[in-house]
Design a protein around this ligand. Structure first.
Ligand SMILES: [Zn+2]
Ligand SMILES: [Zn+2]
Length: 350
């Protein structure tokens, strides 16, 4: 086995490195900057060059990060390592490792839908594929994203007509930027942001990803009306005092979980827009097939249904544990001087 699961996560013994380790280790190969994949304190990180700026918002400007452009190979103890686009967020990578003719690919989180804020997913042939299964149930099927963006625009127009602000909740890293890019030509504005979102917007812009103009909400002069504004904030802002400044805004959450009706009701949201940075069920199965893998390890999410389905197709499949589940919405914690109460709280989802 080229990889095995240890107390610290997925370990490659031949190359003596971990992939997305759960704790600080000597050598960590990182698929992407979300909190359940990029943990603090390792002595050396290897990550995709495209995501360096974003990764540093989590690990710090001084973090020992070595980067590799997509598709380039380095070798360690005879193990060839390369990173390939995963299409999940800016800089997200699949890790391909090859040793004595055996090829493994660890997907990290991924999606196959187009997203203007990151490089598209590339299927990589391998013997063993380690896949996520965040939405690994047949009920998860994403509508075309153009439809979702049209719904968001209609929601904003209606609220503007009623003189209300719109608060759109979305994970601060990745989803928020994808939403902003997708709404760039929708005529929506002005757009304001929560500090956690604005910081990541900055990192995206510095990485060369164009986003529409946004203003950090607390920069706005007091007493002005928020009617007709769109405010993009992380989910942790919901129910927090931070929201009070906007009067009685309409609230919505953009997430794959919004596919399930109860998810919106439980959060007392006005609207839920289904938009995910993960593969849905049909895309997951297609992506696995495209790898040509004969063995699949399934991790992160609904592991058992995916394993069962793959075994029915005659593949060798296994559920693999992960200590951290879902995007940890804690990008905000490295935010000196941002006085948002909401930013102190963390949320574990998607
Ligand atoms: Zn992720
Ligand atoms: Zn994840």
């Amino acid at each position: 086995m080229l990889l095995r699961v240890t107390d610290q996560g997925l370990y490659c013994e031949a190359g003596d490195f971990y992939i997305d380790p759960w704790e600080a280790v000597d050598r960590a190969v990182i698929t992407h900057a979300h909190g359940d994949h990029a943990r603090w304190g390792s002595r050396l990180y290897l990550a995709a060059r495209e995501g360096e700026r974003v990764l540093r918002t989590r690990l710090g400007d001084d973090a020992p990060i070595r980067t590799l452009p997509y598709g380039e190979t380095i070798e360690r103890n005879g193990v060839r390592i390369s990173l390939h686009p995963a299409g999940h967020i800016l800089g997200s990578a699949q890790v391909r490792i090859e040793y004595r003719g055996e090829v493994w690919v660890v997907s990290g989180d991924y999606k196959t839908e187009p997203d203007p804020t990151c490089t598209p997913f590339e299927p990589i042939r391998c013997h063993t594929f380690v896949t996520e299964s965040t939405f690994g149930l047949p009920i998860y099927r994403w509508a075309p994203q153009a439809k979702t963006f049209a719904e968001i625009r209609a929601w904003w127009r209606q609220n503007r007509a009623e003189g209300r602000a719109c608060v759109l909740l979305a994970y601060a890293l990745g989803k928020a930027q994808r939403l902003l890019a997708g709404l760039a030509d929708a005529g929506i504005g002005p757009i304001y942001t929560h500090g956690a979102v604005e910081r990541l917007n900055q990192a995206y812009r510095e990485s060369g990803i164009p986003l529409p103009h946004t203003t950090y909400a607390l920069r706005r002069a007091r007493g002005e009306s928020w009617a007709g504004a769109l405010i993009v904030a992380p989910p942790s802002a919901l129910g927090s005092p931070w929201l009070r400044r906007f009067g009685s805004p309409s609230t919505a959450f953009a997430s794959g979980w919004m596919r399930i009706r109860g998810a919106r009701r439980r959060r007392a949201l006005d609207r839920g827009f289904t938009l995910s940075d993960h593969v849905d069920w049909p895309s997951l199965l297609r992506a696995i097939e495209a790898t040509g893998a004969e063995r699949v390890w399934v991790t992160h999410g609904y592991r058992e249904p995916v394993v069962r389905w793959l075994r029915e197709q005659g593949l060798e499949a296994e559920a693999v544990a992960s200590r951290w589940e879902g995007e940890l919405d804690t990008e905000s914690s490295a935010a000196p001087g941002v006085d948002d109460e909401a930013e102190a709280s963390a949320e574990t989802e998607e």
